[in-house]
Design a protein around this ligand. Structure first.
Ligand SMILES: Cc1cc2nc3c(=O)[nH]c(=O)nc-3n(C[C@H](O)[C@H](O)[C@H](O)COP(=O)(O)OP(=O)(O)OC[C@H]3O[C@@H](n4cnc5c(N)ncnc54)[C@H](O)[C@@H]3O)c2cc1C
Length: 417
């Protein structure tokens, strides 16, 4: 079903009775060319690009709950490409470009809002790091601006400049960074994939992966056996569990990440702001809520809720940086299960099992990656070749130690940084 200004006006005048479901509630067939396990952002984008770029439409997305019920509907929606390491750098740059045309591409308003992200620095060393990162971004063809303390004060005067525990030295601004509406992205890709013939099968949990002679043949699900020669595992925080069904042990730990939203307020925060000295970042949603978060809860868990000490830590960081936030009431908090890799960078690769492909390890940054991840993974599934922008996310880097992408310089245990 298409959207247009005329359609909105017509429906508005006729009681909104003409809207139809955005996608079919497909029942699983017995056989497909490709099965995608996981109906999150990455799984749905993969299905869409498989159909659109490669003409492969005999595809099913198998989702154990409803589409968009995982991290794609739980994140804080930041979209940026201020990465530095080769591998990540070209990938996230590609992703941001896809974001910029996504609403048109999908004919679905994903509410992409390039409002600019300021990453603050609070020491000489951090400022040097910002210069280096900014230069890397510019050399790659993206834009970056180094802000002085006065520049930051002009742009975001409500930060604590004068009596701060960690004085603000300046910031690194990426103007094209910003936010998008998380579930609209899932719905937009779902609708566009369905339109091209992909079956989106909800309430269909994969419980086993069938193999014969080292090759996948299909999956066991709560809705019966489904066969396919190619199976794509795209289940984010559940990656280790699903890979274990094929006898694989992944270099992934699942950790909880929390986020928070306040009551709706009048517009007061125009940018995305990241605290350089503590774990805190914030933006304001279109509904007016201040959306913010911090770091992992620091224990492995499959529970999508967080602990109180991390809440306290995030609130403390918020108050340190932005004392005015103390007046806002927190409306709710929630958690999601993050698929943390040792180097903090993702995996898009084949496995040693013929026909089994893996897309995971997005840590806490996989929302911004959705378009390029789907694009690159679809390319791999269709051609068995890595796409140029997603060629370094190899699984075997964790075995060989070659090609690690330690983006945040947090060492070999990103999950414990
Ligand atoms: C609080 C929070 C804040 C975040 N903030 C940001 C941010 O600001 N910017 C950013 O870039 N990233 C952010 N992220 C990270 C981002 O949300 C994730 O990296 C990304 O959404 C993961 O990919 P996905 O969308 O495919 O995952 P999901 O939406 O989790 O999709 C995986 C799907 O697989 C399904 N599944 C699992 N097991 C099975 C099975 N056995 N059978 C069938 N289906 C199965 C799940 O139900 C789920 O729907 C944040 C995450 C959280 C939790």
């Amino acid at each position: 079903m298409g959207f247009s200004g005329w359609r909105v006006i017509k429906e508005g005048l006729t009681g909104n009775r003409g809207w139809k479901p955005q996608w079919r509630d497909a029942a699983p067939k017995k056989d497909y060319d490709v099965l995608i396990i996981g109906g999150g952002g990455h799984g749905l984008a993969t299905a869409y690009y498989l159909a659109k770029e490669h003409g492969i439409t005999n595809v099913a997305v198998l989702e154990k709950g409803h589409l968009g019920s995982g991290n794609i509907g739980r994140n804080t929606t930041l979209v940026r490409s201020n990465y530095m390491m080769p591998g990540n750098s070209e990938f996230y740059s590609h992703s941001l470009k896809l974001w910029e045309g996504l609403s048109q591409e999908l004919n679905y308003n994903v509410m992409h809002s390039p409002r600019g992200q300021i990453v603050l620095n609070h020491s000489d060393a951090q400022r040097d790091g910002a210069v280096r990162r900014g230069n890397a971004m510019i050399n790659r063809g993206d834009e970056a601006e180094l802000l002085t303390r006065d520049d930051v004060r002009r742009m975001v005067p409500y930060l604590n400049f004068d009596s701060a525990r960690f004085p603000i030295y300046g910031g690194l601004l990426q103007r094209r960074a910003g936010t998008a509406r998380h579930d609209a992205v899932a719905w937009g890709y779902a609708r566009a994939a369905d339109e091209r013939g992909v079956d989106l099968v909800q309430n269909c949990e994969v419980t086993g992966i069938d193999m014969k002679n080292g090759k996948v043949t299909g999956v066991q699900t709560t809705r019966g056996v489904i066969r396919a020669p190619k199976i794509a595992v795209v289940v984010a925080g559940r990656s280790s569990q699903v890979a274990a069904m094929a006898g694989m042990r992944l270099p992934i730990e699942s950790h909880v990440l929390q986020a928070f939203v306040t009551e709706g307020l009048k517009p007061c925060i125009d940018h995305v702001i990241s605290f350089g000295m503590g774990h805190f970042y914030i933006s304001q949603s279109d509904k007016g809520g201040l959306v913010f978060g911090g770091n992992l809860d620091f224990y492995a868990s499959y529970a999508s809720r967080g602990n109180l000490p991390m809440k306290e830590h995030v609130m403390e960081a918020a108050m340190t940086l932005m004392p005015m936030i103390g007046k806002a009431k927190v409306l709710r908090s929630w958690g999601g299960i993050m698929d943390m890799t040792p180097d903090g960078s993702p995996i898009i690769d084949r496995t040693l099992i013929d026909g089994l492909y893996l897309n995971c390890g997005w840590c806490y940054g996989g929302f911004k990656a959705v378009p390029a991840s789907g694009y690159g993974f679809a390319h791999l599934l269709a051609t068995d070749q890595h796409h140029a922008t997603a060629s370094k996310f190899r699984l075997d880097r964790f075995r060989s130690g070659r090609g690690l992408m330690d983006e945040e310089a947090t060492g070999s245990q990103h999950n414990l940084h």
